[in-house]
Design a protein around this ligand. Sequence first.
Ligand SMILES: [Zn+2]
Length: 278
Amino acid sequence: MRYIDPHAHMVSRTTDDYEKMALAGCRALTEPAFWAGYDRCSAEGFRDYFNQLTSIEPARARTYGIHHFTWLCINPKEAEDVGFAREVMQVIPEFLARDNVLGIGEIGLNKNSKNELRILEEHLEIAAQHQSLVLVHTPHLEDKQKGTRLIMEAVRNQPSIDPGRVLIDHVEEHTVKEVLDGGFWGGMTLYPDTKCTAKRAADILETCGTERLWMNSACDWGPSNPLSVPTAALELRARGHHPQAIDHVIFKNPMAFLRQARAFAQRAEAIDVGHPPK
Ligand SMILES: [Zn+2]
């Protein structure tokens, strides 16, 4: 089996997890900037974090033969203070040209507040200026459908961003169809309890087909499983899905979306063949 985990918060994981992922066939992963479990108190804290995402984590991943990529932003949970969020956003362009940076993410909404929406729109402006890919976090539970609609509207208001270059993550049964119908890509986040389980993701794939959908583990500092993508692949295999159809979802789909970013395209052939990072 070969796979890509396109949403993995590896700063929260041990090297044992990198090793397990490599053993399971993980060839590449992408790590969106997110909430650290506490609110950071200065833009300099984010500068350190962006350094970690663009230099420390790629080196750790390389030890296990895994290609590491990242996305930059201030996440919606810390975007309520607009002035602070703008200070952080000023730091982002310094890092956008680094060789493992794919674009802006995971931006989005958490509580669907006005301030979060404003900062989402400003992040989309940065993405438009730099022609970056975008990875979007959608809110949880009862806020998800409303938040997903607000996010899609914000992207449509930015005509220079093609929805085919935007991945809307944490889709569930009640949001996936609208996301795909809007021309966006959708990500299913596999968590042990919340968000999607492997069985629910398999049901969604059987209902919606396999185009423009991927699965990820998120594997952050909370209850999560860094092997949830290969675990979902086993679920699909047990249900009798063809190995090529499984490879399509867990490898070829993330390849197709991510290679739209120059940083990924430069290493796409090596990842496809199975060469480790240099
Ligand atoms: Zn995340």
